[in-house]
Design a protein around this ligand. Structure first.
Ligand code: ADP
Length: 612
């Protein structure tokens, strides 16, 4: 066997393998594209069979009938390729017609003119083959550019196979016209081109799975690359939109949509540009079928299968639809659908990709659900913690005055029983009164903290002179241990709720005194600048650590340097102060360092007209 023969047999073997594969596939899935592919390779198989018949000498190679039949099948190759192109894109009617007429006329001529045939006829035959082949090559290349994933590469391989075949025909055609000494060279070239074409077609039509995976990788990788960050997007809608975009890119489809299953209403929910549509899954719709059967499904022609959707499909430039279920374990989450402007030629391939993406979508949606669930649990825990905080703070603070009250009342009772005529114990009654007052303050604080939370602290506003107010508070708390002074160069006036502003300043002054156990000045400064009234309360007490400073205005927060036995309190005063300042449209802040005293700064809008 010569090298030439070896090459030829090898290419024949490859063609036969392709023929068997695509024929089986056409029987399994009798879609137009699969049938046309099978017909194309049937023509190859017949050409090979006839050549073999002449080789083994059953029929002489010079037999005119055999020659005409052989030529007919070769000529039909170009026509069948045009049919195949029509399965995935639009072929102008005149080209289709021309290919049919040209095929019929040339086949008749092949039978009418027995060899040696006139040169013009041979030229016309080559023109037919080469012309239509070039047309289909361009169509395949264009489709390859348009599509993505495996389809893109398979289309390119098919185009390459046709290019080799086309050049093969050209070389063979011109070879006939060359002197005899070139025959072996021409033969070697055409055989090699035949092999190249067979290999390319093999990759294009019977793609080995290893290659398939490699070809799928870039698109899949791009999608997966983004997938990791998707669950952290702010909401599920943003995730869905991003996945739809990614899926459309990966599949090379103009549009992809995700429908989420609503188990209460038993519908699939699609949202597009903030418009929601619901679809009750039904077996007669591709989307419903994919969801109900839990199998990736495709419809090559929406208009034909679901005439109801014909107009919508046309408006969206969609001819075919691919749908895959999004499922995590047993949990049916929804469907992923991709629309394509043409029926996909390698539908199984695209369907496998859509299913892969749908599986990824399931992972992403599940991760998101887990993140949401974790946040819910955390919020729940925080609320529970807050309740605990509240209860322990309230119980603890209410307990001390209550114990004193109970003890004193019992004492008074015992005394009264023992010596009913004894004079009234004024000191004890005063002590009782003080404790009741303390109890009342605590209860008020608790109630006010709730109002602060709800933004309902402020009552009627009126012209309020803060300097006068501060002086009154200062006088009340002034002592030799804690001299209190007010510094103000001008009247500081605004429309405020005077009771609350009083409470705010008093709270700060009380704290300044309370947290300066070794005594020291308490200074209140007031001033005014454009549109703002300012008030600061400064002490030289125990101060606040940097870490505590961030939290002192939060409910129940008490400084780490504050011990409950020495400094009574619930950690609500500053929270209420912040509520008062903010609900007047102002702010409150603090600067301090441990052991260095503290300054609290309140800033209120001078015209505080904002009604809250
Ligand atoms: P309470 O005084 O009941 O604890 P507050 O809300 O008034 O509640 O204050 C919260 C915490 O801020 C206090 O526990 C204390 O640690 C810190 N704090 C407030 N004012 C001062 C101050 N003038 N000096 C030092 N620490 C202060």
């Amino acid at each position: 066997m010569t090298a030439d023969e070896l090459i030829q047999y090898l290419s024949w073997a490859i063609y036969v393998v392709i023929f068997v594969n695509v024929t089986v596939n056409a029987f399994r899935r009798p879609l137009p594209a699969n049938i046309d592919i099978a017909l194309y390779f049937t023509a190859f198989a017949v050409v090979i069979a006839l050549t073999v018949i002449t080789r083994i000498g059953s029929v002489p190679a010079t037999d005119p009938l055999l020659g005409a039949i052989l030529i007919s099948f070769v000529l039909s190759l170009a026509y069948l390729l045009v049919r195949l192109v029509e399965d995935f894109s639009k072929v102008p009617r005149w080209i289709k017609l021309l290919s049919e007429v040209s095929l019929v006329v040339l086949i008749i001529s092949a039978f009418v003119y027995s060899p040696p045939r006139p040169t013009w006829l041979s030229l016309l035959m080559i023109l037919h083959l080469v012309g239509f082949l070039i047309y289909t090559i361009v169509a395949f290349l264009r489709e390859s550019k348009r599509s993505s994933g495996v389809t893109k590469r398979r289309m390119a391989a098919v185009a390459a196979g046709s290019i080799f075949l086309c050049v093969d025909f050209i070389v063979a055609g011109f070879g006939v016209a060359l002197p005899e000494e070139y025959t072996t060279t021409i033969q070697a070239i055409t055989d090699t081109l035949g092999l190249a074409s067979a290999i390319s077609y093999y990759f294009g039509f019977v793609t080995p799975s290893l290659l398939r995976r490699a070809w799928q990788e870039p698109e899949l990788r791009a999608f997966l690359g983004r997938a990791a960050s998707l669950p952290r997007l702010p909401n599920t809608t943003a995730i869905i939109e991003e996945m739809q975009r990614g899926a459309a890119n990966a599949v090379g489809a103009p549009n992809a949509r995700i429908g989420l299953w609503d188990d209460d209403k038993k519908v699939l929910r699609f949202s597009l540009d903030e418009v929601e549509t619901e679809l009750a899954p039904a077996m007669n719709l591709t989307t419903g079928r994919a969801f109900l059967t839990q199998k990736a499904t495709f419809t090559p022609d929406i208009a034909r299968d679901n005439p109801l959707y014909a107009d919508a499909a046309k408006a969206n430039n969609a001819t075919a639809i691919l749908a895959a279920p999004i499922t995590a374990g047993e949990k049916r989450l929804g469907v992923l659908i991709a629309y394509a402007p043409h029926a996909p030629i390698f539908a199984d391939e695209d369907l496998a990709l859509v299913q892969l993406l749908a599986d990824q979508a399931a992972v992403i949606l599940e991760s998101r659900a887990l993140i949401d669930e974790a946040a819910r649990v955390r919020a729940h825990e925080e609320v529970a913690l807050l309740k605990d905080d509240f209860l322990s703070a309230a119980a603890h603070d209410l307990k001390t005055p209550l114990t004193t009250l109970v003890a004193h009342t019992q004492l008074l009772e015992r005394r009264a029983l023992r010596t009913p005529d004894a004079p009234v114990d004024l000191a004890s009654i005063q002590k009782l009164g003080k404790e009741v007052q303390r109890l009342r303050t605590l209860v008020m604080e608790l109630l006010e903290a709730a109002s602060a939370e709800q933004g309902k602290l402020i009552g009627k506003k009126e012209e309020t002179y803060i300097v006068a107010l501060a002086q009154e508070i200062c006088a009340r708390h002034h002592s030799a241990r804690h001299p209190c002074l007010v510094e103000a160069q001008e009247p500081v006036v605004g429309q405020y709720d005077p009771i609350r502003i009083f409470q705010l300043v008093e709270n700060l002054v009380e704290n300044a005194v309370k947290y300066s156990p070794d005594g020291g000045d308490v200074r209140i400064k007031l001033w005014h600048d454009t549109g703002c009234n300012h008030l600061t309360v400064t002490d030289s007490g125990i101060g606040i650590s940097r870490e505590d400073l961030k939290h002192v205005f939060e409910r129940f927060h008490r400084g780490s340097n504050v011990d409950d036995r020495r400094f009574a309190g619930m950690g609500l005063g500053l929270f209420i102060c912040r509520g008062i300042a903010e609900q007047h449209g102002g702010t409150i802040s603090a600067t301090s360092a441990p052991g260095q005293g503290s300054t609290f700064h309140v800033e209120l809008p001078a015209d505080a007209l904002r009604e809250l």
